[in-house]
Design a binder for this molecule. Sequence first.
Ligand code: SAM
Length: 280
Amino acid sequence: MLLISNQNIEPSLKKSFTETFSLKISEDKVPRNSPYFTFSGDKLSLHLNNIMDSSEEKKPSKMPSPSPLSFDFIDTWKRIKPGPKNQRKKDPLLKALTIKKNNDEGPIRLIDATCGTGKDSLFFIKQGIKTLAYERSPYLAPLLWDAKRRASADPELGPLIQDNFLFSFSDAVKHQESLKSEPLASLPNSSKFKTPDIIFLDPMFPPKRKKALPKKEMVIFSELVGPDHDQETLLRWALDLRPQRVIVKRPIWADPPENLVPDTSYQGKTVKFDTYFPNL
Ligand SMILES: C[S@@+](CC[C@H](N)C(=O)[O-])C[C@H]1O[C@@H](n2cnc3c(N)ncnc32)[C@H](O)[C@@H]1O
């Protein structure tokens, strides 16, 4: 993966970005068939550059090459409804997230092990939940890192993001022992995050119908990331950490793995939130 760096990127930003993601810098050459990043002004974009559709075994995708991708947390934040108390009875995700905590125990702490575009993480933060998010895709993690960086500079959203959103470019299952210690040892600002109350998983299922997702999400997840075939391993990792709840977002038609039947399920129209209580 490359960072095309023919623009004026602030040197310290360029350094921390390329070091965090081990990217090579090219001053001018745009690759013909592989994705690459650019900074336009202050914003990072991913150019998909006619990547192959993995579901069609190396045949070039029939979709026209999509416009460059970037994530904008400030815009996403504005679109999330705060979730008033009277909605709790209707919204299946809010119901799944409702746990009992004493006031002196601080806010709910949640791990979003499948951060994706960051939309669900931002939804949790808007509900007052402290969120630690993992994303393993080398395409998506830089976009999340950059969206977090820009949102942190926003006068309104910045303090909330800095206090309540920890992000790590890694595979969640690689974190086991460090998540059992309090406070977490493996992250910068770790004193702000102790062991989780809830672990949320939203692995990618192979879509039942091609048009099951909105266009942008379809491009991101089916063209770029692909289905998460190891989702049973991820669920077993989450249960083993013994939070109060593990919530798995699944399409309404998807069955849980054998022998891992949820304790309860909160049903929406197209998705359900299968919920496990590992300590019962
Ligand atoms: C369906 S998307 C999640 C969408 C997300 N909830 C959102 O709000 O956009 C699944 C994402 O989880 C990531 N993922 C799957 N398994 C993971 C793991 N073990 N560790 C870190 N990321 C993982 C994939 O790379 C993919 O980006």
